[in-house]
Design a protein around this ligand. Structure first.
Ligand code: AMP
Ligand code: GLY
Length: 422
């Protein structure tokens, strides 16, 4: 089987790494990939927003299965384009992808289906939104409606901060048309957790729960990032809670689509806040999380190709994915300055030494090859994932590996997994 993986971050490296383990896979192409993916796949460069160009490329190159990593092509409707030409592709269609593509749509659907979520209001005018936040006596969260590369959410402690966020999103249009509308919601408190599911339109198979570290600094300080680390499983997410989310969130969503004659087939990511009053859904993503994929896929024992095909063909009732009874910790190594401005092109040293640490896998994110050397090429550069019998052991291994890697300006959080390390 020839597989094409779209995307070039840590999530896509984990997908390529896992797909490589399948005896069914003979060849992998990655677009655009990165320096780590280049060791396991052939890199191709095509624009990810040219959906017809990608479909044509897949056809001409006899690709049997296309796997989409990032949200943008899914929201743009790549699955509909491939499917109309009977080309195999893993991910939900355009109608389903609105769950991530529009926060207004996701919130209204949750309200209609009685899915527990933060109370909210929607505004399409900046003055009306500003009037609303001026009357608030409690912290509020202001969210751009559309895709904003994870930067469209502002947690605001006071009305002045909320007004500033509204101005940025709706007047300065820093995210373009994604800021035509905003969702303003109550600020929730608690631990966050990620619960991803494989959905084949009817059957849901949960993955191992994970916990992402969103802030840049130790102790959850500083600005939000794409994710600075992750661990799995999450003791705070019990089997009973997984079943509850499946019953109260996933099943109503599958039904709501089914009524319209469409099926959700692919990965659905449910972002949870575990509050004192029970869980609330913070957001949906229509794809694997990054860095959650780097933490969760190493625990999957079943062939990922089998799971993906069952997901696409409505066969998950016959396939129960198996998970390893181990723990994983992923530490993200980022460029100095990230999530703000940072420099690229710094030589990365020590990657070979990491092979000596047991249970450790490096997933590349923002890396490139320059004159035979691996250099930094993005904000998040590397993911160091370690597996172990306990979270403490996994964390020890991950940080031992981190200690062997160097590049100018390298920064990382030292407290990944500290909540469960004991
Ligand atoms: P979202 O993209 O909607 O998940 O928001 C990104 C991040 O903002 C979440 O992972 C939370 O850390 C934070 N966040 C979003 N909504 C809320 C909320 N209602 N209360 C508190 N924090 C939130
Ligand atoms: N780690 C958060 C995300 O993938 O959106």
């Amino acid at each position: 089987m020839k597989v094409l993986v779209l995307g070039g971050g840590g999530r896509e490296h984990a997908l390529v790494w896992k797909l490589r383990q399948s005896p069914r896979v003979t060849e992998i192409l990655a677009c655009p990939g990165n320096a780590g993916i280049a060791r396991q796949a052939e890199l191709v460069t095509l624009p990810l927003d040219d959906l017809y160009g990608l479909a044509q490329f897949a056809l001409e190159n006899k690709v049997d299965l296309t796997v989409v990593g990032p949200e943008a092509p899914l929201v743009a409707g790549i699955v509909d384009v491939f499917s109309a030409r009977t080309q195999y592709i893993f991910g939900p269609g355009k109608a389903q992808a609105r769950l991530e593509g529009s926060k207004v749509y996701a919130k209204r659907l949750m309200a209609r289906l009685n899915i527990p979520t933060a109370s909210f209001e929607v505004f399409d005018s900046a003055p009306a939104a500003a009037d609303y936040v001026r009357q608030a006596s409690r912290p509020l969260v202001v969210k751009a409606d559309g895709l904003a590369a994870g930067k469209g959410v502002h947690v605001c402690q006071d009305p002045a901060a909320a007004e500033a966020a509204i101005r940025q999103i709706m007047e300065e249009k820093v995210f373009g048309a994604a800021g035509d509308r905003v969702v303003i919601e109550e600020c929730l408190e608690g631990q966050e957790a990620t619960l991803m599911f494989f959905l084949d339109g009817e059957t849901a198979r949960p993955m191992i729960p994970s916990q992402d570290y969103k802030r840049v600094g130790d102790g959850d300080t500083g600005p939000n990032t794409g994710g600075m680390g992750c661990y799995a499983p999450v003791p705070a997410v019990s089997d009973a809670l997984v079943q509850q989310v499946q019953r109260e969130v996933i099943e109503p969503i599958l039904e709501a689509f089914d009524v319209r004659g469409i099926h959700y087939r692919g990965v659905l990511y449910v972002g949870l806040m575990l509050t004192a009053d029970g869980y609330r859904v913070l957001e949906f993503n229509i794809r694997f999380g990054d860095p959650e994929a780097q933490t969760v896929l190493p625990l999957l024992e079943t062939d990922l190709v089998d799971v993906m095909i069952a997901t696409m063909e409505g066969g998950l009732h016959r396939l129960q994915p198996k998970w390893r009874n181990e723990k994983t910790v992923t530490v993200v190594l980022a460029s100095g300055g990230y999530p703000g401005e940072y420099e690229k092109g710094k030589v990365i040293e020590g990657l070979e030494d990491v092979a000596a640490v047991p249970g450790v896998t490096i997933f590349h994110a923002g890396t490139a090859l320059e004159e035979g050397k691996v250099v930094t090429a993005g904000g998040r550069v590397l993911n160091v994932t370690a597996t172990g019998p306990t979270h403490a052991e996994a964390a020890k291994r991950a940080y031992e590996a981190v200690g062997k890697i160097r590049f100018e300006g390298m920064q990382y959080r030292k407290d990944i997994g500290s909540r469960v390390r004991g």
